[in-house]
Design a protein around this ligand. Structure first.
Ligand code: CA
Ligand code: CA
Ligand code: CA
Length: 348
Protein backbone atom coordinates (compact mmCIF):
# COMPACT_ATOMS: atom_id res chain seq x y z
CA UNK A 1 0.00 0.00 0.00
CA UNK A 2 1.23 3.45 -0.85
CA UNK A 3 0.50 6.18 1.62
CA UNK A 4 0.86 9.80 0.62
CA UNK A 5 1.54 12.16 3.47
CA UNK A 6 0.04 15.56 2.81
CA UNK A 7 0.23 18.73 4.78
CA UNK A 8 -3.00 20.63 4.29
CA UNK A 9 -6.61 20.20 3.31
CA UNK A 10 -6.05 21.49 -0.22
CA UNK A 11 -3.35 18.89 -0.89
CA UNK A 12 -5.49 16.09 0.55
CA UNK A 13 -8.41 17.13 -1.67
CA UNK A 14 -6.21 17.29 -4.77
CA UNK A 15 -4.76 13.90 -3.97
CA UNK A 16 -8.17 12.26 -3.53
CA UNK A 17 -9.43 13.84 -6.72
CA UNK A 18 -6.49 12.41 -8.66
CA UNK A 19 -6.95 8.96 -7.16
CA UNK A 20 -10.61 8.97 -8.28
CA UNK A 21 -9.83 10.02 -11.84
CA UNK A 22 -10.07 7.62 -14.80
CA UNK A 23 -6.56 8.55 -15.96
CA UNK A 24 -5.09 7.69 -12.61
CA UNK A 25 -6.88 4.37 -12.35
CA UNK A 26 -5.71 3.31 -15.79
CA UNK A 27 -2.05 4.21 -15.44
CA UNK A 28 -1.58 3.39 -11.80
CA UNK A 29 -3.63 0.23 -11.37
CA UNK A 30 -0.82 -1.38 -9.43
CA UNK A 31 -1.06 1.42 -6.90
CA UNK A 32 -4.78 1.04 -6.40
CA UNK A 33 -4.35 0.89 -2.65
CA UNK A 34 -2.85 4.33 -2.50
CA UNK A 35 -4.37 6.56 0.15
CA UNK A 36 -4.22 10.22 0.96
CA UNK A 37 -3.39 11.10 4.53
CA UNK A 38 -2.49 14.25 6.34
CA UNK A 39 0.12 14.24 9.06
CA UNK A 40 0.63 17.59 10.66
CA UNK A 41 -2.77 19.25 10.44
CA UNK A 42 -3.68 20.65 13.82
CA UNK A 43 -0.17 20.49 15.30
CA UNK A 44 0.39 23.80 17.06
CA UNK A 45 3.32 24.68 19.24
CA UNK A 46 2.20 24.97 22.85
CA UNK A 47 5.55 25.68 24.54
CA UNK A 48 9.03 26.60 23.37
CA UNK A 49 12.26 27.00 25.32
CA UNK A 50 15.25 28.43 23.43
CA UNK A 51 17.37 29.42 26.48
CA UNK A 52 18.51 32.51 24.58
CA UNK A 53 17.21 35.31 26.81
CA UNK A 54 19.97 35.57 29.39
CA UNK A 55 21.60 33.54 32.10
CA UNK A 56 19.50 34.57 35.07
CA UNK A 57 17.24 31.84 36.33
CA UNK A 58 14.19 33.82 35.25
CA UNK A 59 15.32 34.66 31.73
CA UNK A 60 16.96 31.33 31.04
CA UNK A 61 13.73 29.42 31.46
CA UNK A 62 11.29 31.71 29.64
CA UNK A 63 8.66 30.16 27.47
CA UNK A 64 8.78 32.16 24.26
CA UNK A 65 5.30 33.48 25.00
CA UNK A 66 6.80 35.50 27.82
CA UNK A 67 9.17 37.56 25.69
CA UNK A 68 11.55 35.02 24.26
CA UNK A 69 12.17 34.48 20.61
CA UNK A 70 9.87 33.10 17.95
CA UNK A 71 6.57 32.47 19.65
CA UNK A 72 3.99 30.85 17.44
CA UNK A 73 0.26 30.32 17.37
CA UNK A 74 -1.23 27.88 19.82
CA UNK A 75 0.85 28.85 22.86
CA UNK A 76 -0.89 27.86 26.05
CA UNK A 77 0.24 30.84 28.07
CA UNK A 78 3.63 31.63 29.49
CA UNK A 79 4.70 28.26 30.82
CA UNK A 80 7.99 29.53 32.12
CA UNK A 81 10.24 26.99 33.77
CA UNK A 82 11.56 27.22 37.31
CA UNK A 83 14.47 25.57 39.04
CA UNK A 84 13.37 23.02 41.57
CA UNK A 85 15.11 20.63 43.90
CA UNK A 86 18.19 21.42 45.94
CA UNK A 87 21.91 21.70 45.22
CA UNK A 88 23.62 22.60 41.97
CA UNK A 89 21.41 24.52 39.54
CA UNK A 90 21.29 24.14 35.77
CA UNK A 91 23.15 26.91 33.92
CA UNK A 92 23.18 28.58 30.53
CA UNK A 93 25.88 27.39 28.14
CA UNK A 94 26.67 28.22 24.52
CA UNK A 95 23.67 27.37 22.39
CA UNK A 96 23.55 25.14 19.37
CA UNK A 97 20.83 27.46 18.07
CA UNK A 98 20.78 31.05 19.26
CA UNK A 99 22.75 32.43 22.18
CA UNK A 100 22.19 29.80 24.80
CA UNK A 101 21.37 26.26 25.78
CA UNK A 102 20.50 24.69 29.11
CA UNK A 103 23.07 22.55 30.91
CA UNK A 104 21.61 20.14 33.46
CA UNK A 105 23.83 18.73 36.23
CA UNK A 106 22.12 15.35 36.35
CA UNK A 107 22.24 14.12 39.91
CA UNK A 108 18.90 12.95 41.19
CA UNK A 109 19.90 13.03 44.84
CA UNK A 110 20.98 16.62 45.18
CA UNK A 111 20.90 18.60 41.98
CA UNK A 112 18.24 20.83 40.55
CA UNK A 113 16.09 20.35 37.49
CA UNK A 114 13.50 22.45 35.66
CA UNK A 115 9.86 22.26 36.52
CA UNK A 116 7.41 23.56 33.93
CA UNK A 117 3.71 24.30 34.38
CA UNK A 118 3.46 26.59 37.37
CA UNK A 119 5.75 27.75 40.13
CA UNK A 120 7.57 24.97 41.98
CA UNK A 121 5.47 25.38 45.11
CA UNK A 122 2.07 25.61 43.46
CA UNK A 123 0.09 22.89 41.80
CA UNK A 124 -1.85 24.96 39.31
CA UNK A 125 -3.65 22.91 36.68
CA UNK A 126 -1.05 21.80 34.11
CA UNK A 127 -1.74 22.93 30.56
CA UNK A 128 0.95 21.22 28.48
CA UNK A 129 -0.97 17.99 28.06
CA UNK A 130 -2.18 16.68 24.70
CA UNK A 131 -3.50 13.34 23.46
CA UNK A 132 -1.59 13.81 20.20
CA UNK A 133 1.76 15.51 20.44
CA UNK A 134 5.27 16.18 19.25
CA UNK A 135 8.05 16.69 21.79
CA UNK A 136 11.37 17.71 20.26
CA UNK A 137 14.74 18.91 21.51
CA UNK A 138 18.38 19.17 20.66
CA UNK A 139 20.44 17.31 23.24
CA UNK A 140 24.08 16.70 24.11
CA UNK A 141 24.43 13.89 26.65
CA UNK A 142 27.44 14.17 28.91
CA UNK A 143 29.82 11.25 29.14
CA UNK A 144 29.29 11.73 32.85
CA UNK A 145 26.01 9.91 32.72
CA UNK A 146 22.85 11.01 34.48
CA UNK A 147 20.61 8.78 36.53
CA UNK A 148 18.30 6.27 34.90
CA UNK A 149 14.90 5.51 36.43
CA UNK A 150 11.93 3.33 35.52
CA UNK A 151 9.08 4.94 33.64
CA UNK A 152 6.70 2.51 35.38
CA UNK A 153 5.67 -1.13 35.31
CA UNK A 154 6.03 -2.44 31.77
CA UNK A 155 7.81 0.73 30.70
CA UNK A 156 11.49 1.50 30.20
CA UNK A 157 13.42 0.10 33.12
CA UNK A 158 16.15 2.75 33.08
CA UNK A 159 15.65 6.10 31.38
CA UNK A 160 17.45 9.42 31.76
CA UNK A 161 14.60 11.91 31.15
CA UNK A 162 15.11 14.92 28.87
CA UNK A 163 11.56 16.24 28.42
CA UNK A 164 8.82 14.48 30.37
CA UNK A 165 5.29 14.98 31.58
CA UNK A 166 4.80 12.13 33.98
CA UNK A 167 6.35 9.76 36.47
CA UNK A 168 5.49 6.37 37.94
CA UNK A 169 2.83 7.28 40.51
CA UNK A 170 -0.42 5.31 40.17
CA UNK A 171 -2.33 3.47 37.44
CA UNK A 172 -5.51 4.26 35.57
CA UNK A 173 -6.18 7.94 36.26
CA UNK A 174 -4.99 11.45 35.44
CA UNK A 175 -1.77 10.84 37.37
CA UNK A 176 -0.50 8.65 34.53
CA UNK A 177 2.19 9.94 32.18
CA UNK A 178 1.31 11.92 29.04
CA UNK A 179 4.80 11.79 27.39
CA UNK A 180 8.34 10.92 28.39
CA UNK A 181 11.35 11.46 26.10
CA UNK A 182 14.85 10.51 27.16
CA UNK A 183 17.76 8.14 26.88
CA UNK A 184 17.38 4.44 27.68
CA UNK A 185 20.35 3.04 29.56
CA UNK A 186 18.95 -0.48 29.90
CA UNK A 187 21.97 -1.80 28.01
CA UNK A 188 25.08 -0.54 29.76
CA UNK A 189 27.39 1.38 27.46
CA UNK A 190 24.81 1.53 24.68
CA UNK A 191 22.42 4.41 25.37
CA UNK A 192 19.45 4.69 22.97
CA UNK A 193 16.79 7.28 22.38
CA UNK A 194 13.56 6.19 24.08
CA UNK A 195 10.04 7.35 24.89
CA UNK A 196 6.99 6.17 26.76
CA UNK A 197 3.40 7.13 27.58
CA UNK A 198 0.56 5.69 29.62
CA UNK A 199 -2.87 5.17 28.09
CA UNK A 200 -6.43 6.12 28.96
CA UNK A 201 -7.58 2.58 29.54
CA UNK A 202 -5.71 1.52 32.63
CA UNK A 203 -2.39 3.34 32.54
CA UNK A 204 -0.62 0.68 30.51
CA UNK A 205 2.83 1.86 29.44
CA UNK A 206 3.84 1.87 25.75
CA UNK A 207 7.64 2.07 25.67
CA UNK A 208 9.55 2.59 22.44
CA UNK A 209 13.32 2.46 22.00
CA UNK A 210 15.56 3.50 19.11
CA UNK A 211 18.18 1.43 17.32
CA UNK A 212 21.11 3.83 17.15
CA UNK A 213 23.61 4.10 20.00
CA UNK A 214 23.79 7.69 21.18
CA UNK A 215 27.24 9.28 21.04
CA UNK A 216 28.02 11.36 24.12
CA UNK A 217 29.27 14.95 24.15
CA UNK A 218 27.88 15.54 20.65
CA UNK A 219 24.71 17.45 19.74
CA UNK A 220 21.83 15.36 18.41
CA UNK A 221 18.17 16.05 17.70
CA UNK A 222 15.36 14.00 19.23
CA UNK A 223 11.63 13.96 18.55
CA UNK A 224 8.72 11.79 19.62
CA UNK A 225 5.25 11.98 18.04
CA UNK A 226 1.82 10.46 18.59
CA UNK A 227 -0.66 11.10 15.76
CA UNK A 228 -3.72 9.28 17.07
CA UNK A 229 -2.58 5.78 16.16
CA UNK A 230 1.19 5.72 15.74
CA UNK A 231 3.92 6.42 18.29
CA UNK A 232 7.27 7.30 16.67
CA UNK A 233 10.73 8.44 17.69
CA UNK A 234 13.19 10.27 15.47
CA UNK A 235 16.93 10.76 15.92
CA UNK A 236 18.72 13.45 13.93
CA UNK A 237 15.78 13.83 11.57
CA UNK A 238 15.42 10.14 10.76
CA UNK A 239 12.75 7.71 11.96
CA UNK A 240 14.21 5.30 14.50
CA UNK A 241 11.18 3.23 15.54
CA UNK A 242 7.40 3.43 15.43
CA UNK A 243 4.65 1.30 16.93
CA UNK A 244 0.85 1.27 16.89
CA UNK A 245 0.08 0.95 20.59
CA UNK A 246 -2.92 -1.20 21.37
CA UNK A 247 -3.86 -2.13 24.90
CA UNK A 248 -5.08 -5.72 24.78
CA UNK A 249 -7.06 -5.11 27.97
CA UNK A 250 -9.02 -2.22 26.49
CA UNK A 251 -12.18 -4.21 25.81
CA UNK A 252 -14.50 -3.40 22.94
CA UNK A 253 -12.82 -0.24 21.72
CA UNK A 254 -9.06 -0.58 22.20
CA UNK A 255 -8.10 2.17 19.76
CA UNK A 256 -10.14 4.73 21.68
CA UNK A 257 -8.42 4.06 24.97
CA UNK A 258 -4.88 3.17 23.87
CA UNK A 259 -4.00 6.83 23.52
CA UNK A 260 -1.81 8.98 25.79
CA UNK A 261 -3.21 10.63 28.92
CA UNK A 262 -3.49 14.14 27.57
CA UNK A 263 -5.36 15.04 30.76
CA UNK A 264 -2.42 14.14 33.02
CA UNK A 265 -1.92 16.45 35.99
CA UNK A 266 1.64 15.27 36.46
CA UNK A 267 4.04 18.14 35.86
CA UNK A 268 6.10 18.60 32.75
CA UNK A 269 9.83 18.94 33.43
CA UNK A 270 13.24 19.15 31.82
CA UNK A 271 15.80 16.66 33.08
CA UNK A 272 13.41 14.84 35.41
CA UNK A 273 10.17 12.86 35.63
CA UNK A 274 7.70 14.41 38.08
CA UNK A 275 4.52 13.30 39.78
CA UNK A 276 1.48 15.52 40.33
CA UNK A 277 2.78 16.50 43.77
CA UNK A 278 6.37 17.46 42.98
CA UNK A 279 7.56 20.34 45.15
CA UNK A 280 10.53 22.67 44.98
CA UNK A 281 12.08 22.20 48.35
CA UNK A 282 12.97 18.55 47.97
CA UNK A 283 13.33 15.77 45.45
CA UNK A 284 9.93 14.42 46.41
CA UNK A 285 8.01 13.24 43.38
CA UNK A 286 11.06 13.23 41.14
CA UNK A 287 12.68 10.35 39.28
CA UNK A 288 15.66 10.19 36.93
CA UNK A 289 18.14 12.84 35.86
CA UNK A 290 19.66 13.90 32.55
CA UNK A 291 23.26 15.05 32.58
CA UNK A 292 24.02 17.22 29.58
CA UNK A 293 22.59 20.08 27.55
CA UNK A 294 19.23 20.75 25.92
CA UNK A 295 18.36 23.41 23.35
CA UNK A 296 15.21 24.40 21.44
CA UNK A 297 12.75 22.34 23.47
CA UNK A 298 9.41 22.31 21.64
CA UNK A 299 6.08 20.81 22.62
CA UNK A 300 3.27 20.63 20.02
CA UNK A 301 -0.37 19.63 20.31
CA UNK A 302 -0.14 17.25 17.34
CA UNK A 303 2.22 15.10 15.32
CA UNK A 304 4.66 16.82 12.97
CA UNK A 305 5.56 15.18 9.67
CA UNK A 306 8.99 13.74 8.93
CA UNK A 307 9.76 16.77 6.77
CA UNK A 308 8.84 19.15 9.57
CA UNK A 309 11.03 17.25 12.04
CA UNK A 310 13.90 17.40 9.56
CA UNK A 311 13.42 21.14 9.31
CA UNK A 312 13.74 21.43 13.11
CA UNK A 313 16.90 19.30 13.13
CA UNK A 314 18.41 21.19 10.21
CA UNK A 315 18.18 24.45 12.20
CA UNK A 316 21.02 23.02 14.29
CA UNK A 317 22.92 21.72 11.28
CA UNK A 318 21.86 18.15 12.08
CA UNK A 319 20.47 15.41 9.89
CA UNK A 320 19.61 15.35 6.20
CA UNK A 321 18.83 18.63 4.50
CA UNK A 322 15.11 19.26 4.84
CA UNK A 323 13.60 17.25 2.01
CA UNK A 324 10.97 18.68 -0.31
CA UNK A 325 7.54 18.16 1.16
CA UNK A 326 6.53 14.51 0.66
CA UNK A 327 3.19 15.68 -0.68
CA UNK A 328 4.82 17.69 -3.43
CA UNK A 329 6.90 14.72 -4.51
CA UNK A 330 3.90 12.41 -4.50
CA UNK A 331 1.73 14.77 -6.49
CA UNK A 332 4.60 15.29 -8.92
CA UNK A 333 4.78 11.52 -9.46
CA UNK A 334 1.02 11.30 -9.95
CA UNK A 335 1.15 14.20 -12.38
CA UNK A 336 3.87 12.46 -14.39
CA UNK A 337 1.76 9.30 -14.53
CA UNK A 338 -1.21 11.32 -15.75
CA UNK A 339 0.83 12.84 -18.57
CA UNK A 340 2.07 9.42 -19.66
CA UNK A 341 -1.49 8.11 -19.66
CA UNK A 342 -2.72 10.96 -21.80
CA UNK A 343 0.09 10.49 -24.32
CA UNK A 344 -0.65 6.79 -24.64
CA UNK A 345 -4.41 7.34 -24.98
CA UNK A 346 -4.82 10.67 -26.82
CA UNK A 347 -8.40 9.84 -27.85
CA UNK A 348 -9.69 9.70 -24.25
CA1 CA B 1 19.15 28.27 22.12
CA1 CA C 1 1.06 5.18 36.04
CA1 CA D 1 1.56 2.21 33.89
Amino acid sequence: MVRLFLNNTKQVRACRSLLRSRHFRFAWASLALATCASTSMGAQIIAFYGFDDGSSSTNLLLDSAAGGSAPSTGERGAQNGAFAGTGTAPVQVTGLVGAGALSLPGNVATNQYVKLEGAPTTNTPPVLGSNNFTVATFFKRSSTAGVGASTGTGGIASLEPMVAKGNAQAEGSNVDANYILGISTITAGSPKLAADFEDFNNGLNHPITGNTTITNDVWHHAAVTFDGTTFSIYLDGLLETSINPINANSGANPLATSIPRGDSVQFAALGAMLTSTAVASSQTGRNGAFNGSLDEVRIYSGALSLGEIQTLAAAGGIGPAAAPEPASLSLLAIGAGLLITRRRHPAR
